[in-house]
Ligand binder design. Structure first.
Ligand code: GDP
Ligand code: GDP
Length: 455
């Protein structure tokens, strides 16, 4: 069998040599119970989205890879989150707002059986000011006789309402034709996903670690060129930041600057943003506040980036606040909490004073080089043959598993497939990863190794 091995990283489908292509983002929004999750499941063709659909429980997963008529896109689901009953209207509206900001186009779901409500109207106002293309889905129209009920929703002024039954699949094809078309068109004209030739960087970390400060500090040296979107009223989403002569596209800087910390569901919002930014990025700059204890949330953000297979640079900020004691505490932490990312580069800096921010660019370039790196098959096999001869896999049950052949199946991040005659134990796989890293580098990039057993 083919199994996923090291670090429990997600197994990434084989990718070609081209830069990971940026795909459009389609958000599904609407008030609770209109059928958003049902629609998302229908689009994904599996029952994945609603598994933890308990009110008040925040889900980790907010966006999914989807495909329609040959177009790949990210589907952002907002169905799993329920606001506090108090202030429900505004909370839902702002939750939807974030999903909308992250998206190229929106499916706005209303309930055809209930008709229009005030919450719907509130969401419509937000959608208007966001200026994104919207397709209206009038759900729970389960049969043809009920289709006339969709007509009421013309008065939203958002164009033709599409009668659908998310439950039975009725009308969902026509809806998707329209929404995906809008999304593709928006991608081309909005510049949301352009310029694609720049390296895409996600600046992530829990609230207050210093993301905005670092962004300001970096933009300070060379004024940020704002990715201005002509003719729209919304905030610029991404910004070009020049670091040491190199332009990078920083993802979702609007989200970094906006302070949502006090809002109910703040943690959900920030994890939604973080995940979306990481998905669109090639490199994650993961920020920590080194002056306070590292929290589970810090480590979770880091794991999101590593599990997504992105190049990673770890940034320990607020170094100006550190005394000798703090520095020793940090060194101990590095050995314990960060042992799964010993391959990552670490930059200690101060976003406030600018101290050592000039060390970022080298680390970023290095990480991206590793992420792109390809080892020729001949070289790879010669090396594995050598280490195997020196350190064969231990004999188990009278048999000795043996590596037959290996190849690097893809880059971004590097992924290796090893063909072996038996199960390779965890310790041996770690040994292989370590040896590959010692021989070939890969500093700053996760690598993935899978083993294909040929009995
Ligand atoms: P969400 O809160 O917007 O994600 O809504 P859900 O997807 O959880 O659906 C809310 C309720 O509406 C559930 O009881 C669904 O079974 C029901 N529902 C969803 N889609 C349809 C539909 O097309 N027709 C009917 N009759 N009920 C639906
Ligand atoms: P964000 O929520 O991650 O964007 O964090 P901010 O950039 O808003 O920073 C949170 C707080 O930490 C602010 O009060 C900043 O002034 C402060 N801060 C950020 N970076 C540094 C630093 O390097 N040193 C010190 N002493 N304070 C910092």
């Amino acid at each position: 069998g083919d199994e996923n091995l090291i670090d429990g990283s997600a197994f990434v489908d084989a990718e070609d040599e081209n830069r990971r292509k940026a795909v459009g983002v389609l958000a599904v929004v609407g008030r609770p119970n209109v059928g958003k999750s049902t629609l998302v499941n229908r689009i994904l063709g599996r029952r994945a989205a609603v598994v933890e659909d308990t009110p008040g429980v925040t889900r980790d997963r907010v966006s999914y890879d989807a495909e329609w008529a040959g177009t790949d896109f990210k589907l952002v689901d907002t169905g799993g989150w329920e606001a506090d009953v108090e202030g429900i209207d505004s909370a839902i509206a702002s939750q939807a707002q974030i999903a909308v900001e992250l998206a190229d186009a929106v499916i706005f779901v209303v309930d055809g059986q209930t008709g229009l409500t005030q919450t719907d109207e509130r969401i419509v106002r937000m959608l208007r000011s966001a200026g994104k293309p919207v397709t209206v889905a009038v759900n729970k129209i389960d049969d043809q006789i009920s289709e006339y009920m969709a007509a009421e929703f013309w008065k939203l002024g958002l164009g033709e309402p599409y009668p659908i039954s998310a439950m039975h699949g009725r009308g969902v094809g026509d809806l998707l034709d329209q929404a995906v078309n809008e999304m593709r068109h928006a991608e081309k004209t909005s510049g949301f996903l352009t310029p694609t030739h720049l390296r895409r960087v996600a600046l992530v970390g829990r609230p207050n670690v210093g993301k905005s400060s670092l962004l300001n500090q970096l933009a300070h040296s060379e004024r940020a060129v704002v990715n201005d979107l002509a003719g729209t009223t919304r905030d610029p989403v991404d910004e070009i930041v020049n670091i040491d002569g190199e332009d990078y596209l920083f993802i979702d800087t609007a989200g970094i600057k906006r302070r949502q910390h006090k809002l109910s569901g703040a943690e959900y919002y920030s994890s939604l943003r973080t995940q979306a930014a990481i998905e669109r990025s090639e490199l994650a700059l993961v920020l920590f506040d080194a002056s306070v204890p590292i929290s589970d949330q810090d480590l979770k953000v880091m794991s999101t980036a590593v599990d997504a297979g992105r190049a990673v640079v770890l940034v320990f900020n607020k170094w100006d606040l550190m005394d000798e004691f703090d520095r020793q505490r940090m060194e101990r932490l590095w050995k314990t909490e960060f042992d799964r990312v010993t391959w990552a580069q670490r930059v200690n800096l101060s976003a406030k004073t600018g101290w050592h921010t000039n060390r970022l660019s080298r680390a970023m370039t290095q990480a991206l080089e590793s992420w792109d790196k390809r080892i020729p098959t001949g070289k790879l096999n010669a090396f594995l043959g050598k280490i195997q001869a020196a350190h064969p896999h231990p004999v188990r049950g009278g048999k000795q598993p043996h590596i037959l052949f290996a190849t690097q199946a893809s880059t971004r991040p590097p992924r290796f497939v090893i063909f072996a005659t038996g199960f390779l134990e965890h310790g041996y796989r770690r040994f292989i990863e370590r040896s590959l890293r010692e021989e070939f580098g890969f500093e700053g990039s996760p690598i993935q190794i899978s083993v294909n057993i040929r009995e």
